[in-house]
Design a protein around this ligand. Structure first.
Ligand code: FMN
Length: 325
């Protein structure tokens, strides 16, 4: 999810049970440059496979060249094409969800990328919304065109572009598409717990579920949903100690990644990311305020220790030594 997930966060989701990961989207044109920050955004480790890299753009040629470049450089398991982003910055380029208004152009882009990657043996998937607005719900037509274009799976966000992220996702439309096309359909929109997954899958041909915002700050959602789907008891929410362990590890791993133009050891830039991980945490408002002040990994460690001590919880032994920055 652009601006929020990163390679370390994706790893966290993987550890908590996410089956398939997709990078945040990147503009195809930017992949034809050497800009390191672009390549770092879509970086992944072998343990994160199966891993898809998502691109967006408005022309078949540039999308094909960008996809090929990624494949040559990173060998992801698949390339995913974004035809769903509603942001003005994307639609004004005639990319993302704006292509839902021009299904034949969308098909041409998808077909060209699929053909380009066929000889590389790398599948191409697509991500769409159900349509531009209520008057133009085109998910079925677009999914059929994607299938004809050689796309191997389609993820459908059950909202229109006009809806943005508001209102209900229309799972009936997703189910209808899943019924009508032969490629796998992955449903997406407003899933926040296992019961919902079971409800939306029931009696449909939908083959997978994509979790968006519910996974931001709460990677444990994957283990909860997977347990429920396997008919096992849903694991308890993470303990305070587990939550701090994850926040500490996340910060440490983020800091270990390349970060140009940032002062060594300074973690101020990652505060918004750390704050996200306090979702549903005890005293989350107070902790968020404290996180706004951390400068270094050691400040973070001290905050974690203070919070655990406040509840008379034991502080893990290795936390008492300074955190490596
Ligand atoms: C901040 C933010 C960034 C997103 N970035 C992407 C993206 O890069 N690629 C993508 O396919 N969808 C992106 N999405 C859309 C989500 O993947 C998902 O389709 C949408 O949030 C609906 O699912 P949800 O109701 O589970 O959140 C983004 C959504 C948000 C809120």
């Amino acid at each position: 999810m652009a601006g929020f997930t990163d390679p370390v966060y994706r790893e966290l989701c993987k550890c908590q049970g996410a089956d398939v990961l997709v990078s945040e989207f990147v503009l195809a044109d930017s992949l034809l440059t050497e800009a390191p920050e672009v390549w770092e955004t879509i970086d992944f480790s072998q343990s994160q496979r199966p891993m898809g890299i998502q691109i967006f753009g408005s022309g078949p040629d540039i999308m094909g060249r960008a996809a090929l470049r990624i494949v040559e450089r990173l060998q992801p398991d698949f390339i995913d094409l974004n035809f769903g982003c509603p942001s003005h910055k994307v639609t004004c380029r005639d990319a993302g969800s704006s292509l839902l208004k021009d299904p034949s152009k969308l098909q041409a882009i998808a077909g060209h990328v699929a053909q380009t990657l066929r000889k590389e043996g790398v599948p191409v998937t697509g991500k769409i919304r159900i349509g531009w607005d209520d008057q133009s719900v085109v998910a079925l037509e677009v999914a059929q065109r994607l299938q004809d274009a050689g796309i191997q799976a389609v993820a459908i966000h059950g909202r229109t572009k006009e809806q943005g992220y508001r209102g209900d996702a229309n799972w009936d439309v997703i189910a209808e598409v899943a019924d009508q096309v032969s490629i796998p359909v992955i449903g997406n929109g407003n899933i926040v717990n296992a019961a919902q997954v079971q409800a939306v899958l029931k009696g449909t041909a939908i083959q997978g579920i994509m979790i968006g915002r519910a996974a931001l700050g709460y990677p444990w959602i994957f283990r909860e949903i997977k347990a429920a789907l396997a008919g096992q008891p849903v694991p308890a929410a993470p303990t305070l100690e587990e939550r701090w362990q994850v926040i500490r590890d996340y910060a440490q791993l983020l800091l270990a990644r390349p970060h140009r133009d940032r002062k060594a050891g300074d973690i101020r830039w990652m505060r918004p990311k750390l704050i996200k991980l306090t979702k549903e945490m005890k005293d989350c408002r107070r902790v968020r305020g404290e996180l706004q002040k951390v400068l270094t990994l050691n400040d973070l460690n001290e905050l974690a220790c203070r919070h655990l001590a406040h509840y008379d919880l034991p502080i893990p032994q290795d936390w008492s030594t300074a955190m490596a920055s």
